[in-house]
Design a protein around this ligand. Sequence first.
Ligand code: ADP
Ligand code: MG
Length: 275
Amino acid sequence: MQLVSLLDKMKMEHLASQLETVCEQAAKRDLGLKEFLAEALQTEWNGRHLKGVEGRLLQARFPWVKTIEQFDFAFQPSIDRKVMRELAGLSFVERAENVVLLGPPGVGKTHLAVALGVKAIEAGHRVLFLSLENLLTRLTRAKRENRLERQLQLLVYPKVLILDEMGYLPMNREEASLFFRLLCRRYERASIIVTSNKSFVDWGEIFNDQVLATAILDRLLHHSTTINIKGESYRLREKRKAGMLCPHPEPKEDSPELPVAVAGDIAAARKKEEL
Ligand code: ADP
Ligand code: MG
């Protein structure tokens, strides 16, 4: 049988498309038979891996793709690089543990959540990114349409579920109890990464129910790593560098809260970005 049709039958499309180059390179480098075979199979493997990563990146529905390598840790000294390095090693995914990223707007919570998601995708895991608002819309609609069980199954399937912006909007009782159900289903089975601008003491407000908030925190934090980012907004730094905002003193090391004037700047900067 012809080589090309064999490759076709064996669905080795990547090697088939690069066959000429692989052979030329092998001849140039005077490779032995085994070395050539390894090189050819590596070409096919690389192509498959890349295609898998691209597919999983699309399925993840990230708002944008950012990596750990693109994160400027020098700008955010409150983040323990060792902890981030360990998380990037993905043993938390293997152990179905959670990650909670807390901090004021613009400090890089979503960036780090997406970056960990990208690492998980590169390692072959399925990831899904949802804003909390989007998650609650999905769950309440599914319940209304009598297909909650199916929706919960879909949300348990990804090895990593990223829930972004917990706490920007409070939940009603139904939403909070649906969220709790999802949490119970994923508990000790698959990881959740949550980002929030609210510290844990304020989570009672988010869920409108202290008892439920305690039960949610209990499940979420039982096996988890919390990263509490205390620092200035990266977006504001960029705007300030560009001379679009008046200079402000740096926020104090021990105070995660931004001064009111800076909060105003954030709103203005966000508006500008939205335009
Ligand atoms: P948050 O989710 O905390 O509001 P984001 O993660 O959305 O903040 O960050 C806002 C923007 O600033 C994003 O484009 C992000 O990539 C960038 N950013 C934030 N912190 C850093 C950092 N330390 N290094 C590089 N880029 C950063
Ligand atoms: Mg964010």
